[in-house]
Ligand binder design. Sequence first.
Ligand SMILES: Nc1ncnc2c1ncn2[C@@H]1O[C@H](COP(=O)(O)OP(=O)(O)O)[C@@H](O)[C@H]1O
Ligand SMILES: NC(=O)OP(=O)(O)O
Length: 322
Amino acid sequence: MTKRRVVVALGGNAILSKDASAQAQQEALRKTAKYLVQFVKQGDELVISHGNGPQVGNLLLQQAAGSTDTNPAMPIDTAVAMTQGSIGYWLQNAMREELTKAGLNKSVATVVTQVEVSETDHAFSDPSKPIGPFYSKEVAEQQHVEHPNYKYVEDAGRGYRRVVPSPKPVNVVEADVVEKLVDGGVIPVSVGGGGVPVVRVNDRLEGREAVIDKDFASEKLAEQIHADMLIILTAVDHVFVNFNTPQQKSLTNVTVPELKQYIQEGQFAKGSMLPKVQAAIDFVENTKHGKTVITSLENIGDFLARGEGTVINQIPENIMNK
Ligand SMILES: Nc1ncnc2c1ncn2[C@@H]1O[C@H](COP(=O)(O)OP(=O)(O)O)[C@@H](O)[C@H]1O
Ligand SMILES: NC(=O)OP(=O)(O)O
């Protein structure tokens, strides 16, 4: 079997359900690791990325609550780095345990990853990335009074959340390190939480207060390390058209032009499925050889065995394989 280089982006449900304790998140990641090890068993080179929306929002609240003049709250870029460390630590151990059980001798290492963004990205003046807990409308309004510079929006019918700027990733600074780790047989955890947002100021990298979308950052990393596949894992086995209606239909093998048509029809929810589909298209278009898969953790076995899930190619899969 040919060895493929795959970047797997973990969705929120891979880390966190309702219980935000360290113990519950570690437990969720142990289950996640069981699924991820299937790629390694099959001989694939694996790179793991993950989100941090709930975790970075919670951390910022803790920071604000305990802040004093001598022990100030950390800015968002530093909080993103802190969540890369905590989630990376949990993932390293979860993967280590499952790799050992499977008799696989592989190391896992987390790279604190910086991602360059543009200082002029319009996202800085239009916060859109939901982080942290969900609030009722009343509580969100009260929080806004206490923190007039915080913005809260309604998130897909689930309640109100704080939103922060989410600029597009331009360059993954440590991509060369990740590539060397993969070449050396290590499983890297990288661009956690979308990466630490930085801008280049002369010769320095300066952090900016933002949270990058982890699907876009994973796409950029996959391009830069010459991955064959970008796998976006979320709570659904497939991308659907007519989602949540009686006409709902799963997309199995889909081409970029078809997806673009569906985007025009407004088939994918902004802030949930749309960025995944856009990242999928970017990877396929920017690499030519690469394909993107959107599916669930639970479906990884069926994807590896039978290609099940939503598989996105530039041209139809049956033509590509001829
Ligand atoms: N057209 C669609 N097809 C499939 N899922 C969709 C669609 N539109 C919206 N969704 C929702 O998007 C969710 C994935 O987005 P989200 O929960 O933000 O991702 P993540 O897994 O990265 O945390 C799915 O679980 C599903 O509820
Ligand atoms: N950074 C990021 O995209 O996190 P979530 O996937 O948790 O929203």
